[in-house]
Design a protein around this ligand. Structure first.
Ligand SMILES: NC(=O)c1ccc[n+]([C@@H]2O[C@H](COP(=O)([O-])OP(=O)(O)OC[C@H]3O[C@@H](n4cnc5c(N)ncnc54)[C@H](O)[C@@H]3O)[C@@H](O)[C@H]2O)c1
Ligand SMILES: O=c1ccn([C@@H]2O[C@H](COP(=O)(O)OP(=O)(O)O[C@H]3OC[C@@H](O)[C@H](O)[C@H]3O)[C@@H](O)[C@H]2O)c(=O)[nH]1
Length: 332
């Protein structure tokens, strides 16, 4: 069932000449990195990690659609950090060496944002990484999912806007790579969880933890036997940086292959946080993928990356953060 992705690199032109600014004194000692969507969940953890390296200067462009300045408060005012209120559906010109392009609402603006960031990468000669998604595999007919699988996506369903938006974004990345020699990296991210997730954004891990802390029933969407693989955010950030720094365009799956049904996840959260809480079966949305698990052989081999944090160790770290934000101390 695996399909060929073709040979991406052989058809590509060499990268364009970098902007003359890159040869200035400043650029020789520093790497200037743009993170779009850097005020969001994964983006803000990525910024924390990039800022640990004193050679990095980090610029975040975010319109705070789902992200928050609060996630970046420790860096605001830092001499190596800059925060720009900017919507990526509008062009942006900043002289940077690398672009981590995470900004993405679940809507078609995803495509326009990627087009603008590719335009920027072309203009300034930057390397660009797109955070694509396991959703490109749709409701997959092969299991686990390897990168060569083309996916099974309903083009007109309720989730299509996000799935197809990311698929087009991947297409644009490869077209720019082949036609203009842009250095691209594509990560296919599987469900990621951890501190700073939006409390009420409807994703399953944040829903269950918030429900358990509020003593509300955990809402398992039917049938509950559907599976997902959950990656802790620090593992994800390490994978993204390795992909950016390495020599492979991808697409490369970044995720944790540990696979759980939604009933198992609910039981784990119940046992950890609130053994008295009820688990309730509720209606699901259409086209919900029945199974999802990354094949991470490529990440292991090409990036020397694999996740370290198991779900049972990651959930308590997220619980701490949710307790603080929801104001539910441990002894309640
Ligand atoms: N969290 C996951 O499980 C997961 C899985 C697969 C892929 N991804 C991808 O990873 C990236 C980050 O996801 P996240 O979970 O951190 O989500 P998030 O919503 O926390 O972060 C997205 C950030 O982008 C910003 N943003 C949205 N639209 C923008 C626009 N037009 N201009 C500027 N900024 C904009 C938001 O304000 C937010 O700060 C996204 O591209 C998402 O599609 C996430
Ligand atoms: O309260 C809930 C919420 C969700 N679910 C179930 O949990 C599973 C996971 O749902 P989520 O919304 O957390 O995540 P999904 O796997 O559908 O997509 C996720 O991963 C890929 C990313 O690109 C998406 O942005 C992210 O939402 C689904 O089967 C859903 O039906 C519940 O059982 N209860």
């Amino acid at each position: 069932m695996a399909q060929s992705n073709g040979d991406h690199s052989s058809a590509a032109k060499p990268p364009p000449t970098p902007s003359p600014l890159r040869f200035s004194k400043f650029f020789q000692s520093n790497m200037r990195i743009l993170v779009t969507g850097g005020a969001g969940f994964i983006g803000s953890h990525l910024v924390d990690k990039l800022m640990e390296n004193e050679k990095n200067e980090v610029i975040v462009a975010d319109n705070y659609f789902t992200g928050s300045k609060d996630n970046l408060k420790k860096w605001i005012g830092h001499p190596r950090f800059e925060l720009i209120r900017h919507d990526v559906t509008e062009p942006l010109l900043v002289e940077v060496d690398q672009i981590y392009h995470l900004a993405c609402p679940a809507s078609p603006t995803n495509v326009i944002g990627t087009l603008n960031m590719l335009g920027l990468a072309k203009r300034v000669g930057a390397r660009i990484l797109l955070t694509s998604t396991s959703e490109v595999y749709g409701d997959p007919l092969i299991h686990p999912q390897e990168e060569s699988y083309w996916g099974n996506v309903n083009p007109i369903g309720v989730r299509s806007c996000y799935d197809e938006g990311k698929r087009v974004a991947e297409t644009l990345m490869f077209d720019y790579h082949r036609q203009h020699g842009i250095e691209i990296r594509i990560a296919r991210i599987f469900n990621t969880y951890g501190p700073r997730m939006n409390i009420d954004d409807g994703r399953v891990v944040s829903n269950f933890i918030a429900q358990a802390l509020r003593n509300e029933p955990l809402t398992v969407q039917a049938p509950g036997t559907q599976t997902r693989s959950f990656c802790y955010v620090s593992d994800m950030v390490d994978g993204l940086i390795k992909l950016m720094e390495g020599e492979n365009t991808g697409p490369i799956n970044i995720g944790n292959p540990g696979e759980f049904t939604m009933i198992e996840l609910a039981e784990n959260v119940k046992e950890l946080i609130n053994p008295k809480v009820e688990i309730k079966m509720v209606e699901n949305t259409p086209d919900d993928p029945r199974q999802r698990k990354p094949d991470i052989s490529k990440a292991r081999e090409l990036l020397k990356w694999e996740p370290k944090i198991k779900l049972k160790d990651g959930l308590p770290l997220m619980e701490e953060d949710f307790r603080l934000r929801l104001g539910v101390p441990r002894n309640n």
